[in-house]
Design a protein around this ligand. Structure first.
Ligand code: ZN
Length: 361
């Protein structure tokens, strides 16, 4: 009996918007709109700084002009649902009974929002999922239309209305993401993912500029940097520890691994930031830290990076930017990189410490 009531409640919660406008019909689109206050600028509350999800996707909010251009290509029903916060009638969506394996992407911008792995039959008549493809891909907003408080869900990248999320889903999340088929585009496993539905093609760079705490801190904040990791490189001991490196016998340099989106930030810009952050004219020393592990180095991951780094160093020398002081930065192909212990990662943020490294952004 209890489970039947839960089902009835689920249907009621979602069907209310449809009943409001009278009899629901698959052939007549429901015009009741819900969601954010119309005309409320989604953009104003969202930073345009590049943002990336843990799944490796570019989730930087699109500009209103970009959304407008994409929305112009939608069919009328997808436009109504995604741009006007519409709700499609229950048991009518094309994806309700889709049992194929694959990914459900935003019909507007292509960002993967849900996976077939998390789809379940809620009995409500709308495609339902117990979690997102990546929590950062789906934004939540309080929706007080219809005199009740619901949680609207939208695409985090383009702001397209998707549906609502409720707390009566199955374990372990207990969530039911209630979707409109019209707001989604399904891509079956084995089919090519459109470019907009693919993760970012990243590149990786390595920089040694003295103590890695400050260098990692600022690289992490680079616009177009997905992640920066403190570690040790160019030494001759495997699985090396901080204590061993501090002993000065392993040949390692404290190094920061930088994973970046070359469409958003160039390797050249990272080199410039690196030379702002540290003093490339000091040998085996930065600020208060002395020793070979604090040497200045650029560890390259290919011929192109090597050429670009060497040319950059020559250019900086020719510019006399550092006066008569010679640049001692080593440019070498990367050896092995070992991530540092967890307590060294984002050390400055965790410990509220300050550092002599200059903010290059
Ligand atoms: Zn989208």
């Amino acid at each position: 009996m209890a489970s039947r009531w839960i089902l009835v409640r689920r249907v009621l919660v979602m069907i209310v918007p449809v009943l409001f406008i009278g009899e629901a019909s698959c052939h007549r689109a429901a015009s009741q709109e819900s969601g954010r206050k119309k005309g409320a600028p989604v953009e104003s509350a969202r930073s345009r700084q590049p943002r990336y999800s843990k799944a490796g996707y570019d989730i930087t909010p699109l500009s209103p002009e970009q959304v407008k251009a994409l929305a112009a290509k939608l069919d009328p029903e997808a436009y109504r649902v995604t741009q006007k916060s519409g709700t499609e009638p229950p048991f009518c969506g094309t994806l309700l009974d889709n049992h194929k394996e694959g990914v459900y992407t935003c019909v507007v911008c292509g960002l993967p929002l849900f996976s077939s792995r998390n789809k379940f039959n809620s009995g409500t008549g709308w495609p339902s999922f117990d979690r997102e493809f990546d929590p950062a891909h789906v934004a939540r907003h309080s929706d007080t239309t219809l005199g009740t408080t619901r949680t609207e869900i939208t695409c985090a990248r383009c702001g397209a209305h998707q549906g609502h999320v409720f707390d009566d889903g199955p374990k372990p999340t207990g969530e039911r993401h209630c979707l409109n088929s019209a707001s989604l585009k399904f891509v079956e496993n084995g089919q090519p993912l459109p470019a907009d539905s693919q993760p970012v093609k990243t590149e990786t760079a390595y920089f040694a500029g003295g103590c890695f705490w400050g260098v990692q801190h600022y690289f992490t904040r680079g616009p177009g940097v997905l992640e920066a990791t403190s570690g040790y490189a160019q030494g001759h001991v495997d699985h090396v520890t901080y204590k061993q490196v501090c002993g000065g016998e392993t040949g390692h340099a404290e190094t920061v691994k930088v994973v970046f989106d070359p469409k958003r930030i160039t390797y050249r810009r990272l080199l410039e930031a690196f030379f702002t952050m540290h003093d490339p004219t000091q040998t085996n020393r930065q600020g208060p830290d002395w020793g070979e592990q604090y040497r200045s180095g650029i560890w390259t991951t290919g011929d192109e990076q090597k050429r670009e780094a060497e040319a950059f160093v020559r250019e900086q020398e020719a510019s006399k930017r550092f006066g008569t002081r010679k640049i001692v930065t080593q440019v070498e192909p990367l050896g092995k990189f070992w991530p540092a212990e967890e307590y060294h990662q984002e050390y400055l943020a965790k410990n509220g410490a300050v550092c002599h490294v200059k903010d290059p952004w």
